[in-house]
Design a protein around this ligand. Structure first.
Ligand code: CP
Length: 306
């Protein structure tokens, strides 16, 4: 069965069958990554443009690697060296790129809704690589894949998303995806970092990190987004760490079986102690490896969709 949509704009409203198909397909591609020659001819002849208007290390490189592993032709657009610096509009930029006969656009933008807008001005498949505070669907898919790889199943699993929920696009995609796959989702953080009405999405709210550690199987710990002015919602990062930081002492006191995820980049000593960031409970670099397999799966399923 093909994916139900031509684009991947977010996980809100995406059927569980589509998520399961992406996770299952990623398992096939994860095996390719362990081969001596990490390449398959699946997307030969397809042209993909990576349109990144915001900084990225993991998402940009793993999309590019996924495209190369699938034998697609790839082009990278970076704002700093483009004609947007001469005043060209976003729409004109996209239409000129489209005129060069491309098949797919991967887009990251600081404004929520840009991937949706692209679907109106382009015929290409659009994949959201993070739009403002809205969604980051491939991050949530790789998070779910990594959790499932360690625990065997998402159904009934208690997953708590910790930290700067208000500025996060990873949080919303994880909430939609995990609930759709049958997990019990909660959030933990200061009330100033919780969006108004977020509990209406069916999530439990904690303001006490020790209780959250004690009662959950998995913590997905988010970065405090200082570049989005998250610092104005807490007295200081030191105080945030004292009240909400994940430390070995807290884990060993309240839940030695917990699994720790972080989408990266990490603020060491703020949301996680360095000991936890490098320690036995975390699977942060597994997430990064799995990210390539997930992006291969999404590119393959959209690129070969009838
Ligand atoms: N997790 C994530 O989106 O990281 P980058 O900003 O480095 O892509």
């Amino acid at each position: 069965m093909p994916l139900s949509s031509k684009h991947l704009l977010g996980l809100q409203g995406v059927p569980a069958e589509d998520i399961q198909l992406i996770l299952d397909t990623a398992t096939t591609f994860r095996e390719v990554l362990d081969r001596p020659i990490k390449k398959v001819p699946t997307l030969q002849g397809k042209t993909i443009v990576n349109l990144f208007f915001e900084n990225s290390t993991r998402t940009r490189i793993s999309f590019e690697l996924a495209q190369k592993r699938l034998s697609a032709d790839t082009v990278n657009f970076t704002t700093s060296s483009s004609s947007t610096k001469k005043g060209e509009t976003f729409k004109d930029t996209v239409r000129n790129i489209e005129a060069m006969k491309i098949d797919m656009i991967i887009v990251r933008h600081e404004s929520a809704g840009v991937p949706q807008y692209l679907t109106q001005i382009s015929e290409a498949n659009i994949i959201n690589a993070g739009d403002g505070r809205h969604e980051h669907p491939t991050q949530a898919l790789l998070d779910m894949y990594s959790i499932k790889e360690k625990t065997g199943d998402l159904k009934g699993l208690k997953v708590c998303i910790v930290g700067d929920i208000a500025h996060s696009r990873v949080a919303l995609s994880n909430i939609y995806g995990l609930i759709s796959m049958g997990a019990k989702v909660s959030l933990c953080g200061p009330s100033t970092m919780m969006p108004m009405g977020i509990e209406n999405l069916g999530v439990k709210i904690y303001h006490n990190i020790e209780k959250a550690i004690h009662e959950n199987d998995v913590l997905n710990v988010l970065r405090i987004q200082l570049e989005r002015k998250a610092g104005t919602t807490i007295p200081s990062v030191r105080e945030y760490h004292n009240y909400f930081g994940i430390t070995s002492e807290r884990i060993e006191r309240f839940n030695r079986d917990i699994l720790i995820l972080h989408p990266g980049p990490i603020n060491r000593g703020v949301e996680l102690s360095s000991e936890v960031a490098d320690g036995p409970y975390q699977i942060i670099l597994d997430q990064v490896t799995n990210g390539v397999a997930i992006r291969m799966a999404v590119l393959y399923l959209l690129g070969t969709r009838p």
